[in-house]
Design a protein around this ligand. Structure first.
Ligand SMILES: *[C@@H]1O[C@H](CO)[C@@H](O)[C@H](O)[C@H]1NC(C)=O
Ligand SMILES: *[C@@H]1O[C@H](CO)[C@@H](O)[C@H](O)[C@H]1NC(C)=O
Ligand SMILES: *[C@@H]1O[C@H](CO)[C@@H](O)[C@H](O)[C@H]1NC(C)=O
Length: 363
């Protein structure tokens, strides 16, 4: 007899609980909805396809307050007179990307170690990131740990950002005959794999000839020779790196990026300005989404090798958007007074590379 009310009570309790639960669930969903929707929108969008749009609120920071800009990149300090190059925002065709938010970046990265590995173009993006983060939290405790590597530590967020110079990824060893570039040896991976975020880049030095290159011999398997096809050598080294990613990277700990091939602007023919030598007179980006000249052929090799990696590696595909920025290089406004149409002004285009890096954290 006493069973009935108990059952009814139980039913009421269950129904009531369900109603409360579903209310709670929809409340929490509502809280996460904008971020979820944004995440979905961004992951379905090719954030690297788009155009440069005028934005009066740019640049993202005042470069004269940045704690560290190498003289190759500090165009403001070395007297660049035009300012339009600072005033363009990257606008993807199919979505809006978030503005760079340094506090949010540091919060998401709390407790993490970030490292850029590569040549001076890694230094270019690294110093831009330091400027942007410093501008976001200028009064927080930011220190430069001593030691061999360039590094900044954001103590209040327990985030370190480090630059690891590596021109080729693979090793160069001094032997009796001279310096040997070893396409089959990659020892520095032991240091890199301790990181939480790695952003790799190499190519610039593979193409350097004679007195500029940093080695005397090149070793491929057991064969040591004076030189070889540089693209072939590059592909072999990058393939070794790819195998290292697959064997040694723990994707639950470390997120791996590859910074796409950097375009130079030395030959006006490439941007429909035949006869123009160098980028010194360029003050405006190209209009639209396409560049008259295809990407450097090495980008295809990069994409091929990346496609052989089974672990996730994200290509920060900055080539085309940077091709459109013939106005963004340091040009004559650097501490060396040479013409540099390879590296980029800071503030400038690398800030957008970092904005896109930040965007991938929200995907
Ligand atoms: C800072 O982060 C490291 C990992 O990078 C962690 O081992 C350490 O406990 C953290 N320190 C604090 C004070 O949170
Ligand atoms: C900043 O960090 C350094 C190194 O840990 C420490 O010695 C110093 O006291 C800190 N300063 C402030 C203001 O917290
Ligand atoms: C990563 O984490 C997932 C889920 O915790 C686990 O199943 C997987 O084995 C881990 N992968 C590696 C390589 O440790």
């Amino acid at each position: 007899m006493g069973n009935r009310p108990n059952t009814r009570n139980l039913l009421i309790t269950i129904v009531g609980t369900l109603v409360i639960c579903s209310c709670l669930i929809s409340v929490s969903q509502a809280n996460h909805l904008p971020e979820q929707r944004k995440r979905r929108e961004l992951s379905q969008c090719n954030i690297f396809k788009g155009h440069w749009a005028w934005d009066a609120s740019y640049p993202m920071y005042d470069s004269s307050k940045c704690p560290e800009i190498r003289k190759e990149f500090d165009c403001h300090k070395y007297g660049r007179p035009d300012k339009y190059y600072l005033k363009f925002r990257w606008q993807p065709n199919d979505c809006d990307i978030p503005r760079f938010n340094g506090v949010d970046f540091l919060t998401r990265m709390r407790g993490k170690k970030i490292m850029f590995v590569g040549d001076s173009l890694s230094l270019n993006i690294y110093q831009s990131l330091i400027c942007m983060l410093h501008a976001a939290v200028p009064n927080s405790n930011i220190t430069q740990p001593s030691g061999g590597m360039k590094s900044w530590f954001f103590q209040d967020y327990n985030v370190s950002v480090t630059m690891y110079s590596s021109l080729y990824f693979v090793d160069i060893e001094k032997e009796e005959s001279g310096r040997v570039l070893k396409l089959n040896s990659l020892k520095n991976g032991k240091i890199w794999e301790e990181m939480d975020v790695l952003i790799f880049n190499t190519w610039l030095w593979w193409n350097r000839m004679d007195d500029k290159k940093q080695w005397d011999y090149i070793q491929d398997g057991d064969v040591i020779q004076k030189d070889m096809d540089r693209m072939v050598a590059f592909k072999k080294a990058l393939t070794l790196w790819a195998k290292w990613v697959d064997s040694d990277i723990d994707p639950n700990k470390t997120k791996v990026y590859f910074q796409g091939t950097n375009p130079m602007h030395y030959d006006g023919k490439e941007w429909n300005a035949p006869g123009v030598k160098g980028c010194s007179k360029e003050t405006m980006p190209m209009k639209g989404s396409s560049y008259p000249t295809r990407a450097p052929p090495v980008l295809e090799v990069v994409k091929q090798v990346l496609s052989t990696i089974s672990k996730p590696v994200y290509l920060l595909d900055i080539t085309t958007l940077s091709q459109l920025r013939k106005d963004g290089h340091a040009g004559a406004y650097n501490g060396f007074h040479g013409m540099d149409c390879n590296h980029w002004c800071i503030a400038g285009v690398p800030d957008t590379w970092n904005q896109l890096l930040y965007t991938t954290l929200l995907m």
